[in-house]
Design a protein around this ligand. Sequence first.
Ligand SMILES: Cc1ncc(COP(=O)(O)O)c(C=O)c1O
Length: 400
Amino acid sequence: MTDERAGEERPDSDRGRSFETREVHASARTDQYGALATPIYANSTYEYDTMDGPRGDHRYSRISGPTRGELEAAFADLEGADHAAAFASGMAAIDAVCSLLTGGDHVVVGESVYAETHELLTRVYARYGIETTVVDSTDPAAIADAMREETAMVFAETPTNPTLRVVDLEATAAVVDDHPGDPLLVVDNTFASPYLQRPLEYGADLVVESLTKYVGGHSDLVAGAVATRDPALAEAIGYYQYLRGGTPGPFACFLALRGIKTLSARMERHCRNATAVAALCDGHDAVERVYYPGLESHPNHAVAREQMADFGGMVSVDLAGGREAAAAFAADLDVFVLAESLGGVESLAEHPATMTHQDFSREELERAGIPPGLVRLSVGTEARDDLLRDVEASLNGLTA
Ligand SMILES: Cc1ncc(COP(=O)(O)O)c(C=O)c1O
């Protein structure tokens, strides 16, 4: 937590121990040796003593396994859920959620959700007769207006990628609850992580997350997860996981579990560093606009303050010189690495219009509010002064 927010009471799920204790003890130490770290059970199948059933809890690793089981239990606990299912990637987790839809259903989705989420809905699920309406998901009234009789799902991501707008989850859940068709509210919590925000506590039905990012935290794995409090939804997602088989291997689960143990410690440093980087960029002559929910000038600052424990590790800057300035800025950075993805300990910079959002048409970029000069920074856990020197030198290079 940044100095400013230290000592403030943070919402936490009613789980006895605090988040920071539960994450450290995420592995249940249930193996025969009492191993502190969950072992990697790298096998595909399990022995049956008789034909009536396997000896232990597992029979085949696509269906379940001990390492994945520990990860699912830990993720559910941190999200304040009762059930979780792990997948081979964040996109596989999002696809699992979309598999709850049937032909004729309608989905309302935020305009700046992750580019592939948008593409999955509008280019793949559209082929199965599922229609999507894109709205400003930070405006609950716009969501209400977009909903129809056949709306089966509202999919929001918060903070959004890459413009870091914050969805008011409580107000959105109220709008969704009021709708007679009983649609599902799904929230992609990747940018916040369960340490900063737990959407189920605000009324979401399902939370999805790319564990590749903050939960893993070291840029060394690809995985995803879905969590819920609803047993029927958990069963439906579990059935899909079993049939389609997009599950993570035990090594990815092991790495995700290891990441979970330090999530809060890393997030606190990410937030502190990002706050400083945003403050530096704000007001610099080379910068047209800074997008960071922690800035008082941010349009959703009040919601972020209410809903999140801190403001996150992502900062986007729109450079006054447009695309050329973005290229020069990125090339000049030294500590920040030019790469896609986010949430690892290493600071990364990327240019959404040519990198993560390269499949967006010009209209889609405009609708998502992504100008040509926008650079997204995933602020890592390095020393704050090194990061500030790096960003300042690159920005100064643009105005020299
Ligand atoms: C917000 C968000 N959701 C989902 C995903 C997809 O995750 P993965 O790459 O693990 O499939 C990403 C990836 O960047 C993301 O940023």
